[in-house]
Ligand binder design. Structure first.
Ligand SMILES: [Zn+2]
Length: 244
């Protein structure tokens, strides 16, 4: 089978076609991390035919990860998660070029990881990592999508660097109330992930318009979704110095 044989159904989407598919084929995506949000997100990127995916995630699989981390299986308990996630994606899509790194994003590795990607999907639970990825993506002029969730709520922010509101425009310091552990039903994190993937595909291909300068808010309790208009901070440390 050729690469093209797999994607004919999505090429039929109005405005998509072979041109958008070629852009996905030639794209590299960094996904950090690959838990409840990043796992289903990476799987949908692989299904959509994104050519290269770089996964960054530290730590071993625990039993209480398996309500949401769908790239992992029971057999992998106690083993490194990034290896399992990469193997699931390889088995799913044989054309996919995949790299996996057993580290979370940090000051030490962020420059090199972002350099290897055309688009960065920020799926980390902590604001420290999310802001670090945002800052470096803006500095390097890379497309950026931030996804986050807690309990029955989720948020997605798509950023065209230097042209639209970034996470640094909105959040200056990690909020003190935000904790590493928070309530998660896997279906909610997966729903947030799919919206982030769609915004990323729009950023990469421009087959339709991503929600720039808007925060997508998902309320899974009442099954409502809305977009909140944002105002870019002209003095933002992350994005205001980008030359377009
Ligand atoms: Zn900004």
């Amino acid at each position: 089978m050729k690469y093209e044989d797999y994607y004919t159904w999505q090429e039929d989407v109005p405005g998509f076609g072979r041109e958008a598919q070629e852009k996905l084929k030639n794209a590299s995506a960094l996904v950090s991390r690959v838990g409840g949000l990043g796992g289903p997100l990476a799987l949908s990127l692989a299904a959509a035919g994104v050519g290269r995916i770089i996964l960054a995630h530290g730590g071993e699989l625990r039993a209480d990860d398996l309500n949401r981390q769908i790239l992992m299986t029971h057999e992998g308990l106690g083993s490194e998660r990034h290896d399992q996630a990469a193997e699931t994606l390889r088995r799913f899509n044989r054309d996919l070029k995949i790299e996996s790194v057993g580290e979370n994003i940090s000051e030490e590795n962020v420059v090199g990881l972002v350099e290897r990607a055309d688009i960065v999907f920020s799926c980390a639970p902590l604001f420290e990592e999310r802001l670090l990825m945002n800052r470096e993506s803006m500095r390097q002029g890379k497309l950026f999508v931030d996804g986050a969730m807690c309990s029955m709520e989720g948020h997605v922010l798509a950023v065209d660097p230097g042209k639209s509101t970034c996470l640094g425009c909105l959040v200056k310091e990690p909020p003190a109330y935000w904790k590493r552990r928070f309530p998660v039903i896997g279906a909610v994190s997966a729903m947030v992930a799919q919206i982030a993937v769609l915004e990323g595909i729009k950023l990469l291909t421009r087959f339709s318009n991503p929600a720039l300068d808007q925060m997508i808010h998902i309320d899974a309790q009442r099954m409502r979704m809305k977009k909140v208009r944002l105002v870019r901070d002209s003095a933002c440390d992350h994005c205001s110095r980008i030359k377009i």
